[in-house]
Design a protein around this ligand. Structure first.
Ligand code: PCD
Ligand code: CU1
Length: 808
């Protein structure tokens, strides 16, 4: 006899929310069957590549392309002079600035695009590049933003009026010719007053160094202009394909319906692929000029040296408290190094992103933040790396300030956090710098974390270690790194978040096929996160069809509904919500169909897992599969045939995931080598869609956090040369450096999200960096250390030990 199918079986069969469904995309990724931009090969396709500036700041006196054009296979060499008649020698940036597509009279950073060589293949292009003769006149180089604000050297002549007048920038008045904007949040005078009269004030200056996400796949595109039909198709590594389509239309004048932008598989994005690069514009122009498809793919050095960097924030803070440790005020000033052009990808009203989340997880009554953006001779960008909107910087700042305050108060840093956390009953909580935190339960998470690692025990062990060190019994110190973070993800309500005037909603469109399977398309685009797996799970739970019968498609602007793309952990909070809402529309229609089929009133049926059941008569039901068929097969009075829905979702607020991290580290004082003994990470991202994917996200984010905290950096010398432009010098952690992460969670749903989910992709990075850094700093705390700057590579750790006299 066949076992009866239980309700539990039916739930399991859906593989819906909460299930660790295996990633459906991995079958192709693990078998080398992914379809990345560089896999696209079209008939007659040409290859374009850049002549790049060896200088960080120079006047361009002449460009001679004659010899390059003689190279067999080289078809064209584009310079700014060729783009100028088309109005394409400069392009708008996402931050309201403009950027040279090809060097127009001067170059502002090493690696800047000077000319675009179009050839039959990559090798001919490379030969052509060698023969383009550019005459440069070197100009004084500025790599330090503080120097920049004092210098007579004008970096952006295009932004200075004839008589030296300084027209306003995109974000208001400018103080100096190399100044971009000042952005403020909070209340200055009251904060200064609180700090001036406080029992205790801790002050610190810190530099969050410039780094780069270094995705496995570099940036690139293939442009194909079909002149007969007037259609442009652009494949590329785009994190925001629809926005790219709109931008391409606006700057090229090609009507938007004649542009098709496709993001195929993307080998990691991490924010690097949000903005628009000169390579896109040049490929499009080259395709129009030659009438052939043109591919442009960066090499690793191009990618590291010239595409969207992250961080480069010089932060100075003051934090005040009572003698008992209750925080009373916080002040922060940032000097933000934006390089040669302001190309940050923040929502328009937020030139320093969400840096104003820098009060962190603490109930701080008054605060003030001021950010000055500055031009220097470095590459532009400033969007990227597992937090598009500067939350990494904000959390690093507050999590260091709290540690520095703990030292000043001679208090335990875990206890100091505990007494200042926003309390559960205070949510929704409006922070001093303006954000409304949707939900949180920080005390529960913190207690769980400290208990899991036996915090008291660790502190006792650390004290013993200090004794042993002083007694000459060991040369290893022990650091306990703590961090508690609150993220802000899911941009964003259209009322205050837009990019280039495009409101930051997102979308999902669903079609149910007659046999009860479905396709859903979204305005976001996976770069490895596993959207094809997880969005199908949301739908499975909402519409009662198995996730395995639902295809998720993203990234083709001809088919997907308009959306703002994937970055800032916005897919779950925004497109995930749209998916649930579209699913509910499907369910509402399915209910009417079910009622018709069961010959009862609409309100007499109710949804149960995968079917509609007559209330009080569970043996009378129609499964979603049957309903789907009926939608196409029966004429139902007053209902259109078919079963489709679309939702454009404008979230009422952002979501505020949080987490509690602890890192235990042993540091060899004589070599400066840190050894991570334990890393415990508790994440709360509200309702969890796929626990296994969440765990993968946490592992990835923590590994990138380890990289940034312990060695990864884009470093410049005084001449503006990039010293870390290859993977020989740029630290990319491998399994060798990575510890065994212990992951954990609590669940505090978002009250405004239809399924209560918050983002998680960025969180481990945001919380991880301060945790690793705090572990290093904590090891040296007993010897008088208050703060040292990242990255904590072996040399810098060794130097700290040396400066503290530990080598004597
Ligand atoms: N609650 C929850 C949440 C979430 N999830 C999952 O998880 C993931 C994620 O999500 P999110 O957080 O929402 O996010 P998205 O939007 O999707 O994504 C983005 C992110 O993501 C991350 N992760 C990753 N991974 C991979 N693999 N790759 C990549 O690239 C990446 N990137 C990075 C970044 S950096 Mo930016 O862009 O900087 O802003 S931001 C970012 C997906 O799958 C989802 O579904 C779940 O499950 N649950
Ligand atoms: Cu972010």
């Amino acid at each position: 006899m066949k076992d009866e199918v239980t309700r539990e079986d039916r739930v399991a069969n859906l593989k819906g929310m909460g299930c660790s469904r295996k990633r459906v995309e991995d079958a192709r990724f693990t078998q080398g069957k992914g379809n990345y931009v560089d896999d696209i090969k079209l008939d007659g396709m040409l290859f374009g590549d850049f002549v790049r500036s060896p200088y960080a700041h120079a006047r361009i006196k002449s460009i001679d392309t004659a010899a390059a054009l003689e190279v067999p296979g080289v078809l064209a060499v584009l310079t700014a002079a060729d783009l100028e008649p088309l109005g394409l020698h400069w392009m708008p940036t996402l931050a309201g600035d403009k950027q040279m597509v090809l060097a127009d009279g001067k170059v502002l950073f090493q690696g800047q695009e000077v000319a675009f060589v179009v050839a039959e293949d990559r090798y001919a292009a490379a030969d052509g590049i060698e023969l383009v003769e550019v005459e440069y006149e070197e100009l004084p180089v500025i790599v330090d933003p503080f120097e920049s604000l004092k210098s007579d050297v004008v970096l952006r002549e295009d932004l200075v009026g004839k008589n030296g007048a300084l027209p306003d920038g995109a974000h208001g008045p400018r103080k100096h010719h190399n100044h971009i904007f000042t952005w403020e949040a909070g209340n200055k005078a009251p904060t200064e007053e609180v700090i001036a009269n406080a029992d205790v004030v801790a002050e610190e200056s810190m530099y969050y160094h410039r780094t780069h996400p270094c995705p496995l796949e570099t940036c690139g595109c293939v442009a194909s202009m079909d002149k007969v039909n007037g259609k442009l198709t652009l494949w590329g590594t785009f994190q925001a394909p629809h926005a790219i389509r709109t931008v391409v239309s606006l700057i090229s004048g090609i009507e938007e319906h004649n542009i098709r932008v496709i993001s195929p598989d993307i080998g990691g994005g991490f924010g690097n692929k949000v903005g628009a690069y000169p390579g896109y514009v040049c490929s499009v122009v080259a395709s129009i000029v030659t009438g052939k498809p043109v591919k442009w793919i960066e090499d690793r050095m191009d990618n590291l040296m010239t595409t969207a960097f992250a961080r480069d924030y010089h932060m100075t803070g003051k934090i005040s408290a009572t003698k008992e440790g209750k925080i009373t005020g916080l002040q922060c000033h940032v000097t933000a190094d934006h390089g040669g052009f302001d190309a940050c990808a923040d929502p328009t009203k937020f030139p320093a992103g969400f840096m104003n989340i820098c009060t962190g997880s603490y109930d701080i009554p008054t605060a003030y933040l001021e950010v000055d953006g500055v031009y220097t001779n470095k590459a532009p960008g400033g969007v990227s790396y597992r937090c598009s909107f500067r939350v990494t910087e904000a959390v690093y700042f507050i999590e260091r300030m709290v540690e520095v305050l703990a030292i000043k108060l001679n208090m335990d840093a875990a206890e100091l956090r505990r007494i200042n956390f926003i309390k559960k009953e205070q949510f929704p909580y409006t922070a001093a710098l303006g954000w409304e935190y949707d939900s949180g339960d920080y005390h529960t998470a913190w207690d769980k974390a400290l208990k899991a690692v036996d915090y008291e025990g660790l502190r006792a062990e650390q004290a013993q270690r200090v004794e042993d060190f002083k007694a000459g019994k060991t040369r290893k110190l022990m650091g306990i790194g703590l961090s508690f973070f609150t993220e802000i993800v899911g941009a964003g309500p259209v009322k205050n978040c837009d990019i280039l005037g495009l409101g930051m909603f997102d979308s999902c469109e669903i079609r149910i096929h007659p046999t009860g399977s479905a396709i859903a398309r979204l305005g976001t685009i996976s770069q490895g996160q596993g959207h094809a797996t997880t969005f199908a799970q949301i739908l499975a739970s909402e519409i009662g069809l198995p996730a395995d019968s639902i295809t998720i498609e993203e990234g083709d602007t001809d088919t997907a509904p308009y959306g703002l793309g994937t970055y800032g952990s916005r897919s779950t909070p925004v497109a995930g919500a749209a998916t649930a809402m579209a699913g509910r529309k499907i369910r509402a229609k399915a209910q009417m169909i079910a009622a018709y089929l069961l010959e009862v009133h609409d309100n007499d049926v109710e949804f149960d897992v995968d079917r509609f059941v007559v209330k009080g008569a569970p043996e009378k039901f129609k499964t979603m599969k049957e309903i789907a068929f009926a939608a196409y097969n029966q004429a139902i009075p007053s209902l259109e045939p078919g079963l489709e829905a679309v939702s454009y979702y404008d979230p009422p607020n952002m979501t505020y995931p949080f987490g509690a991290y602890v890192c235990v580290m042993d540091i060899d004082v004589d070599t400066g080598v840190p050894e991570i003994r334990r890393f415990y990470a508790l994440d709360d991202c509200g309702t969890r869609i796929n626990p296994m994917i969440i765990e993968g996200q946490v592992h990835g984010g923590l590994t990138e956090a380890l990289a940034v905290a312990l060695g990864q950096e884009i470093a410049y010398d005084d001449m503006g040369n990039v010293k870390t432009g290859t993977l020989m010098d740029f630290f990319l952690p491998t399994a060798w450096e990575v510890p065994n992460y212990e992951t954990d969670f609590t669940v505090t749903p978002s009250p405004h999200h239809p399924i209560g989910a918050k983002g998680v992709g960025e969180s481990p990075h945001v919380g991880g960096v301060p945790c690793f850094s705090n572990a290093v700093q904590d090891a040296f705390r007993p010897f008088g250390n208050t703060h040292t700057n990242m990255p904590h590579d072996h040399w810098r750790i060794w130097r700290t030990a040396n400066e503290l006299g530990l080598h004597d």
